[in-house]
Design a protein around this ligand. Structure first.
Ligand SMILES: Cc1ncc(COP(=O)(O)O)c(C=O)c1O
Length: 342
C-alpha cells in the first residue's frame, strides 16, 4: 500500500474510540453480531463525528493565520456546536449562521423553548455569535450570508475562515479517512471481518472519508450511508464531488472513480430533523436494552434503518456488522417531548 501523506492535523479528539458489541440486541434480532464504533465518545460536549473532520479543518485555518471561524447549519447543528466549543478551546472567535428548522410535530418544543435547548444552548454557552435565519432565506442566501459575515470580520481587522455545512469538503474528508486504520486495528484486536459498516449520512463528509479511506487502505467492508435527508442521487453526487475535490487538492494517489459509494435513502421519513414514531421507539428501546443513546436526527434514524435491513434479511449468513455512532445526543434533548414513556 502507498504511504499516505496526511495534511496537518490538530489532535483534538479522544482517540481511538471504543468498538463495542451489542449482544442483547443482536441476539434479539437474530442477525449478525452488531458492533458500535463509539464516535459519540470523541469528547464530552464536543462529542461526535465532526471533531474528526475539524481536526484537519482547524489545522488548515490555523495554518492560514485565521482567528475567526464562520460556519453554518440547522438550529440544532452538532457541527456548529462542536465548532463553537472547539473555537473557544483554541481561542478563536466563532460566528454561526443558523437555519431555523421546523422540528415537526405538535409535540415538539415551541420555537422559543427549542432556541434555548440542546446544541444551541451550548453554542451560546461557548460564546459563539449567532445569526438565525428563516429556512427560506437561509437556503436562498447562504453563499451571500457567508460573504457578508466574512466581509464584516475582515473590515473589523479579523481574519475569518469559512467552513461549509458539516465541514464536509476536501479537507474534511481526511477526518474519516484517518478513522479507517483505527477501525482496521479495532477489527484485528477483536478478530472480526465485518461485512458492513453503517452510518448516518447528512452532509456527506463522513461517508466520503470512510468510502475513500476503505479503498485507500484496502478494507473490504462495505460502507453504507443511511440518508437522514435528501435522496441517494443527491448523496452520490455530493460524496463524489467531495472525494474528487479531496483527491485534486491533496494529489492523493488514488483514482476517485474506483471508490464505491453506497447510499440507502429508504429511511429518511418525513424530512431532516423529523423522525417517525418507529425511530423514537428504537431510541427508547436501545437505550433501555444496551445503555446506548441515539438521536432522532441522525443516529436513531440510521440505526432504525439498520434494524430494518437486518429484519429484511439483507445480512443473512453474515457474522458481524458495525454501526458508526456519530454522536448527536444534544439533538435528542431538544426533541425530548417526542419520546412517549407510556
Ligand atoms: C450526529 C451526527 N451524525 C451523523 C452526521 C452526518 O455526518 P455527515 O454530515 O458527515 O454526513 C451528522 C452531521 O451531519 C451528525 O451531527
Amino acid at each position: 500500500m502507498t504511504e499516505i501523506e496526511y495534511p496537518p492535523r490538530l489532535s483534538l479528539a479522544r482517540l481511538p474510540t471504543p468498538l463495542q458489541p451489542l449482544d442483547r440486541l443482536s441476539e434479539k434480532l437474530g442477525g449478525p453480531r452488531i458492533w458500535v464504533k463509539r464516535d459519540d465518545l470523541t469528547d464530552c460536549a464536543i462529542s461526535g463525528n465532526k471533531i474528526r473532520k475539524l481536526e484537519f479543518t482547524l489545522a488548515r485555518a490555523r495554518e492560514q493565520g485565521c482567528d475567526t471561524l464562520i460556519t453554518c447549519g440547522g438550529v440544532q447543528s452538532n457541527h456548529c456546536r462542536a465548532t463553537a466549543l472547539l473555537g473557544a478551546q483554541l481561542g478563536l472567535q466563532v460566528h454561526l449562521i443558523l437555519r431555523q428548522d421546523d422540528l415537526g410535530s405538535s409535540r415538539s418544543l415551541d420555537a422559543a423553548e427549542a432556541a434555548k435547548d440542546g446544541n444551541l444552548f451550548l453554542d451560546y454557552l461557548a460564546g459563539a455569535k449567532i445569526s438565525l435565519y428563516e429556512k427560506k432565506a437561509f437556503q436562498h442566501r447562504l453563499p451571500d450570508l457567508f460573504e457578508h459575515w466574512s466581509e464584516h470580520y475582515q473590515s473589523a481587522g479579523a481574519k475569518p475562515y469559512s467552513i461549509p455545512t458539516g465541514a464536509s469538503d476536501a479537507t474534511g474528508v481526511w477526518g474519516y479517512v484517518h478513522c479507517i486504520p483505527e477501525l482496521i486495528s479495532d477489527f484485528e484486536s477483536v478478530g472480526i471481518k465485518p461485512c458492513s459498516l453503517i452510518h448516518a449520512t447528512g452532509s456527506g463528509g463522513t461517508q466520503a472519508g470512510l468510502s475513500a479511506g476503505a479503498e485507500l487502505y484496502g478494507l473490504e467492508t462495505k460502507v453504507t450511508g443511511i440518508a437522514v435527508c435528501d435522496n441517494a442521487e443527491y448523496f452520490n453526487n455530493k460524496v463524489r464531488a467531495d472525494i474528487d475535490d479531496w483527491q485534486h487538492l491533496y494529489s492523493v494517489p488514488i483514482d476517485p472513480e474506483i471508490i464505491a459509494i453506497h447510499v440507502d435513502d429508504r429511511f429518511v421519513g418525513p424530512g431532516y430533523a423529523q423522525a417517525t414514531e418507529a425511530v423514537f421507539t428504537v431510541i427508547r428501546e436501545v437505550a433501555a436494552l444496551e445503555g446506548l443513546v441515539l438521536d432522532p436526527v441522525y443516529t436513531g434514524k440510521a440505526f432504525h434503518g439498520m434494524i430494518e435491513k437486518i429484519q429484511q434479511g439483507e445480512f443473512a449468513g453474515q457474522t458481524d456488522i458495525v454501526f458508526v455512532h456519530t454522536g448527536g445526543i444534544f439533538g435528542l434533548l431538544a426533541q425530548r417531548s417526542e419520546i412517549d414513556f407510556q
